[in-house]
Design a protein around this ligand. Structure first.
Ligand code: MG
Length: 283
């Protein structure tokens, strides 16, 4: 049974940016343990674990750790790392208080400033994902911290075999778990690009080509979010599903993009390995 539609419950428009977000409990779970924040300059999704009264509290705590950044256009990369650290401490304390433990994924983008220019700081812990589409190009910006990804990286599993892998939802890093540094990447904010931030209730249910199809077919972010969530439910809705879509306004026709190049911001955090293109973890 589907809960009342909750798409479009967050919609925030900044000059040059528009975004929409939505979440649904899915068709099998009793509670929605996903949380999100989609207010400039923070667009993140957290997928909580720990069952009743723990998973939803964990993911809400992760999102809350970023609330102090909302509404600012001068966020520094190290402030994002501080928010991640704060989330980690809060969820670790929560986990210590619960019998089964608690944890959460965290993924998304925060628009930061570096030498006056806007950049996306992409952050990831766990197996929620950030995708990007610009023109016909569709790419994933994050690398899952999962047992499945490790098997793929080690060459022990092919992409085809991954479909039926039985330990698909075992993650190897989580906010609130030990030895779980965040990965960070820095990217320029590019006119005309669209970002999708989602929990595994979407990307684990709907194949990438179908995600791209929806992102290309629905120019309005709220309509895209609604269609993506419907699609996850049509595919079974086995998990909570959350999607955030962020659009960067395209430049006026004829004007070339003057976006700065992608690169490393070494001061973002020493934990991750920021790079222009995500490289598989060697962990
Ligand atoms: Mg999930």
């Amino acid at each position: 049974m589907r809960e009342a539609p909750t798409t479009n419950e967050a919609r925030h428009v900044e000059p040059g940016l528009s975004a929409a977000a939505g979440t649904d409990v899915g068709r099998h779970r009793r509670a929605n343990e996903d949380s999100y924040l989609a207010q400039f300059p923070v667009y993140i999704v957290a997928d909580g674990m720990g069952g009743h009264d723990a998973g939803d509290v964990a993911s809400a705590a992760v999102v809350r750790a970023f609330s102090g950044l909302v509404g600012r256009d001068d966020v520094r990369p190290d402030e994002v790392a501080t928010a991640v650290h704060r989330a980690h401490l809060t969820v670790t304390a929560l986990s210590d208080r619960t019998r089964r433990g608690a944890g959460s994924t965290l993924t998304g983008v925060v628009q930061v400033r570096h030498e006056g220019e806007p950049y996306w700081l992409v952050v990831n812990v766990g197996d929620s994902r950030v995708y990007r589409v610009v023109g016909t190009r569709f790419e994933r910006l994050t690398i899952d911290h999962s047992y499945l990804q490790e098997q793929l990286d080690a060459g022990l599993l092919t992409q085809d075999e991954a479909e039926d892998f039985e330990h698909k939802n075992v993650i190897t890093r989580a906010v609130g778990a030990p030895d779980s540094p965040a990965d960070y990447w820095v990217r320029p904010v590019e006119p005309g690009e669209r970002l999708l931030i989602c929990s595994d209730g979407l990307h684990g249910e709907v194949p990438d080509d179908a995600l791209l199809e929806v992102l290309a077919a629905y120019p309005d972010p709220a309509s895209a979010v609604e269609r993506l969530i419907d699609l996850a439910l049509e595919h079974g809705g086995h998990d909570n599903v959350t999607a955030v879509v962020v659009d960067v306004e395209a430049p006026p026709a004829g004007r070339l993009s003057d976006a700065p190049p992608a690169g490393r911001l070494s001061e973002a955090n020493g934990d991750g390995d920021p790079a222009e293109d995500p490289a598989p973890d060697s962990a």
